[in-house]
Design a protein around this ligand. Structure first.
Ligand code: GLC
Length: 536
């Protein structure tokens, strides 16, 4: 069957755009973004051409981890608005033919959630077993050596009931016990609540953490630990606290529920090596639709490493498993800071021409960079808990830069995180008028990708890679595109082996090159990327 005749679903063909709601658009002048703000920016998202938006948590929360500590899974935090506001956003998003994904945080709740309040009230509480409680060892120390992602031990002593509880993140984020069928049911009910409202799916937080070793065995030492650079969590290899075989039963359960609805999607947040990651597609493809593939975030910006990892990933995908790629998110340094602005255009070209669903982090489309946050302004608990390691995630969570007006058009009040000094130059309004801007480069890439089946559903074939250049082909129904990316600042050339690849440059980081022909040797400027429509 030809690629175009096959049925592809929206989450395979389109682009996912992540909104960090605190920082997208403030509508009520409190310096924090909200749902009505998102509503005001839907025209922009439609213009940009995204297929779906994923909104990071908007639920009631004490905000110990900025919403990833939920105290009511089926409500809306007043900071973000009301349920009516949410319904408005959902309706308006759908009216534009865009899909809406929510963040589901099933691994842990807030310690303020009534479930945990009940659970911690007594050892005999009917909800005691909803969380992971354990006696101290004889000397009073925690049940095992597991560490919290945000520093220190993962066990918190509860004076009242004389037991420890487990938290993979902050002590304000106790882990739910997913071996308990009541917990499973409660969270499936949460999913059902939002699916019934018409939400198109979920990005599932820390999916690989959800089940822990039943014997709670000690994690072994991580032989690659580097105390100067690594967070303390990396001292151990989390082989017993994460990625347990039984997780796949849970994912299958979530998938079965979403399959009762039409065309909904589950995207799993999973930081694991490729061969472990692809197991999350599940047996017979009945797991997550898209286990997030973070290689472009995790790997150094090295063309040989990246080219190898693309092939390793393509080769590891199970039959029917749909690939996906991510360049940035609210937990990692922005791409423009990691590789520089010029290279960020090459990165955009890579993201939007690889085979598989791309996820785009808000602000990357205008080349926003990490914003320096003075030590007394740091808000992220990861940054506050480990100040010596410089691991705060605030720099990549700063307000969207819309225009040159005060506070970049984000808010009438001082924003919750600072704006960079150059926002009057780096903003959406200005870039919309500049045909050589990052924003218009993104928009052209998105529009070409949407128009050309070869780019959104076509096959992928590696052509060439060396220490500067990566080249590959995308093809569908005899329309063939050659993508050539120079991941270095130096110019370089390559001569494709075998049949000559002739064609016309249809899009490039240097707009001037568009319309020119490729005949033989391909010359690439530093930081240059081109997309060539090959002669048929
Ligand atoms: C995920 C989120 C991150 C959060 C953590 C704990 O990794 O992306 O922001 O801190 O889970 O919920």
């Amino acid at each position: 069957m030809s690629e175009t005749n096959k049925e592809y679903l929206w989450w395979q063909k389109g682009i996912v755009y992540q909104i960090y709601p605190r920082s997208y658009q403030d509508s009520n002048g409190d310096g924090v973004g909200d749902l009505k703000g998102i509503l005001q920016r839907l025209d922009y998202l439609e213009w940009l051409g995204v297929e779906a938006i994923w909104i990071s948590p908007i639920f009631p929360s004490p905000m110990a981890d900025f919403g990833y500590d939920i105290s009511d899974y089926t409500g809306i935090h007043p900071l973000f608005g009301s349920m009516d506001d949410f319904d408005d956003v959902l309706r308006e998003v759908h009216r534009r033919g865009i899909k809406l994904l929510l963040d589901l945080v099933p691994n842990h709740s807030s310690d303020q959630h009534p479930w945990f309040q009940e659970s911690r009230s007594s050892k005999d509480s009917p909800k005691r077993d909803w969380y992971i409680w354990h006696d101290a060892l004889e000397d009073g120390s925690p049940p095992n050596n597991w560490l919290a992602m945000f520093g220190g031990t993962a066990w918190e002593w509860d004076e009242n009931t004389q037991q420890y509880y487990y938290h993979a993140f902050l002590k304000e984020q106790p882990d739910l016990n997913w071996r308990n069928p009541e917990v499973q049911q409660a969270m499936l009910d949460v999913m059902r609540f939002w699916l019934d409202k018409g939400v198109d799916g979920f990005r599932v937080d820390v999916m690989w953490h959800m089940i822990k070793d039943v014997q709670l065995r000690d994690n072994p030492i991580n032989l690659n630990f580097n105390p100067k650079e690594d967070v303390t969590y990396n001292r151990l290899s989390p082989v017993y606290s994460t990625d347990q075989p039984e997780i796949h039963d849970i994912v299958r359960m979530m998938r079965a529920l979403t399959d009762e609805y039409q065309e909904r999607v589950i995207i799993g947040e999973i930081y694991l090596p490729v061969h472990q990651l692809v197991a999350y597609y599940g047996q017979n493809g009945k797991g997550a639709h898209l286990p997030f593939n973070f290689q472009l975030i995790s790997l150094p910006w090295d063309p040989l490493k990246i080219a190898t990892s693309i092939d390793e990933y393509e080769g590891a995908l199970p039959e029917g498993g749909w690939p996906n790629w991510v360049l940035g998110n609210h937990d990692n340094s922005r791409i423009a800071s990691k590789v520089g602005l010029d290279q960020a255009r090459v990165a955009a070209t890579l993201l939007l021409t690889l085979r598989g669903t791309p996820t785009l982090y808000y602000g990357d489309e205008i080349g926003m960079r990490d914003v320096p946050i003075p030590p007394d302004k740091v808000q992220d608990p990861q940054g506050l808990n480990m100040p010596e390691l410089d691991v705060s995630r605030d720099p990549e969570r700063t307000p969207m830069q819309w225009d040159e007006s005060p506070n970049a058009g984000f808010s009438e009040a001082e924003p919750w995180l600072p704006l960079p000094k150059n926002y009057s130059r780096v903003n959406v309004e200005r870039q919309r008028k500049d045909e050589h801007s990052m924003l218009l480069h993104y928009r052209k890439l998105i529009s070409l990708r949407r128009k050309e089946p070869a780019l959104h559903v076509g096959t992928y074939k590696p052509v060439f890679s060396n220490k500067q250049i990566i080249a590959y082909l995308r093809e569908s129904d005899n329309r063939r595109f050659l993508i050539v990316l120079n991941l270095s600042h130096r110019s370089g050339c390559f001569l494709p082996k075998g049949d000559p690849l002739r064609g016309e440059v249809v899009l490039g980081t240097e707009g001037e090159r568009e319309g020119s022909r490729i005949e033989h040797t391909i010359e690439m400027g530093g930081d240059e990327a081109i997309i060539v429509l090959l002669d048929s």
